[in-house]
Design a protein around this ligand. Structure first.
Ligand code: 5AD
Ligand code: SF4
Length: 477
């Protein structure tokens, strides 16, 4: 098969952060592609973070705009896209598995277009593997090329060759795209893209480009439109939302944005993810002052040991982290704090790991994503000698999870016998006749009801049981 290699990724050029103005592209569909997908279907497999989920909503919007309809049978669609994640090796393993399945389908239906996009193609190694070993894939494109989707599909149909376009530039800002949102009451709202932190273990700054903030006007208008459409909750997205505005002219910060969004009339505002170094007083004050900003903060710590934090290039100490946590608890006494932790970073000693456990007990996390360190080629940590055995890494993860799981349960127990407000998502998988949703503190709550008209509404529920992973309660009124 002939390859059309428009552009291939390079981790070296992805690391460049040139001091140039970021281009904002206002998406407009070229007439040439109208009707490209009429009578055809699509399906998007989405892996990884909320950023990828938001990207998939944009790609679905673009595909539907040119006529494609969502398929209810992924393996039998005309266009299948895999929106991938590269953050850890096991995320990639899952994707190679699905590609294996698609290979068989493509043999039976050669007209099906299979595309791989998102973070994996931004890595040189992954793209080389795709080109060498997965010859049946038609489209390979990265995180900076979503707006070219109709053109890429058009090329794939036209040439019947593999189309590869992975830009390693710092990225642009894409506005005015159509979106097919997964929910009618909760929405993702990107406020910035990329990451400039370069934590030594992390591939994201290479795959997602430099930090670039959307204009406050574009963000506020998007939230206002969502309010008009009846949305109740927005989650503001960015790899490091606390750095919002640093790349823009002026001194407008993330805290200012929270105050402004609070005035739009949206009922609930959440945000993820935060970098502890950039979490500032204004943001914490906004969490206290703005009724719509929910009392939950995801504040990834990664490690509780100062030497490890330094080698990770996290740019804060245990003491500085605790100072911010304590200030936050002072301002928002009801807050629930969750985090991300990596165990088994190269050469982490038992004593250093114990410092992480100590920090967890001190903060009283009510939840955490815990990971075993995964080597990512091209990052500085990948060159560090790693002396810890797999068994030890798993043992540390297990010991950490015992503490974290206790935190989950305690976080639920503190609401026992209290009345909480639940934004209803839908029917619960926890048993027939049950519905579920989330409280302001992001506690999953199940309650007895089969009234589907409650979906998208905020209801009062009295908590009667606190489990590790959820709460159970009774609908009031
Ligand atoms: N190995 C393990 N975990 C990682 N994360 C990022 N990179 C790696 C890696 N190489 C985790 C961090 C981050 C979360 C999104 O993923 O904890 O906060
Ligand atoms: Fe990765 Fe660090 Fe950026 Fe988070 S802040 S995306 S861990 S480099």
């Amino acid at each position: 098969m002939k390859n059309i290699k428009i552009a291939l990724p390079s981790l070296k050029s992805a690391k460049l952060r040139r001091n140039i103005n970021v281009e904002t592209i206002r998406y407009k569909l070229d007439n040439k592609y109208v009707g490209l997908g009429t009578g055809k279907t699509y399906y998007i497999f989405t892996y990884g973070c909320q950023g990828n989920e938001a990207d998939s909503e944009v790609m679905a919007g673009i595909l539907e705009q040119v006529g494609y309809k969502l398929s209810d049978d992924p393996m039998n669609s005309d266009v299948v896209l895999l929106n991938t994640c590269a953050i850890r090796e096991n995320a990639e393993q899952r994707i190679w598995g699905v590609l294996g399945q698609l290979k068989g389908r493509k043999r039976e239906n050669p007209d099906m277009i299979v595309g791989i996009c998102g973070c994996m193609p931004q890595e040189e190694n992954a793209t080389n593997k795709i080109l060498e070993s997965y010859d049946f894939i038609d489209l390979v494109f990265g995180t900076h090329n979503r707006e070219h989707l109709p053109e890429l599909i058009y090329q794939a149909y036209l040439t019947k060759a593999k189309v590869v376009e992975v830009l390693s530039n710092e990225g642009t800002i894409l506005e005015d795209t159509p979106k097919i949102r997964a929910s009618h009451h909760k929405a993702w709202v990107n406020i910035m893209y990329g990451c400039d932190e370069f934590c030594t273990y992390c591939i994201v700054p290479y795959t997602r480009g430099r930090e670039r903030s959307r204009s406050k006007e574009d963000i506020i208008n998007e939230v206002k439109e969502l309010v008009e459409l009846g949305y109740k909750e927005v989650t503001l997205l960015g790899q490091n939302v606390n750095a919002y505005g640093k790349d823009l002219d002026g001194d407008y910060t993330f805290g200012d944005l929270l105050y402004d969004l609070d005035k739009t009339g949206i009922s609930r505002i959440r945000y993820t993810t935060s970098h502890p170094r950039d979490l500032d007083e204004k943001t914490m004050l906004a969490m206290r002052d703005c009724k719509s900003v929910m009392p939950h903060l995801h504040l990834p710590v990664q490690s509780g040991d100062n030497d490890i934090l330094k080698i990770m290039n996290r740019k804060y100490t245990y003491e500085e982290y605790m100072k911010k946590v304590n200030r936050l608890k002072e301002l928002v006494p009801d807050i629930s704090i969750t985090t991300d932790i990596i165990v088994g970073f190269p050469n982490e000693t038992e004593e250093q790991f114990q410092n992480t456990l100590k920090l967890c007990r001190e903060v009283g996390y009510e939840g955490a994503f815990t990971f075993i360190y995964s080597k990512r080629e091209g990052t500085p940590a990948a060159k560090m000698p790693d002396s810890i055995g797999d068994e030890e890494k798993h043992d540390r993860l297990n010991r950490l999870n015992v503490i974290i799981n206790e935190g989950y349960k305690k976080g639920h127990e503190r609401f026992l016998d209290k009345v909480v407000e639940v934004l209803v998502d839908g029917e619960s998988k926890n048993g027939e006749g049950m519905m579920c949703g989330y409280t302001p503190n992001l506690k999953l709550t199940h309650f007895k009801s089969n009234d589907l008209s409650l979906i998208g509404k905020v209801v009062k529920v009295k908590v009667t049981e606190a489990k590790t992973w959820f709460m159970i309660g009774e609908l009031c009124e």
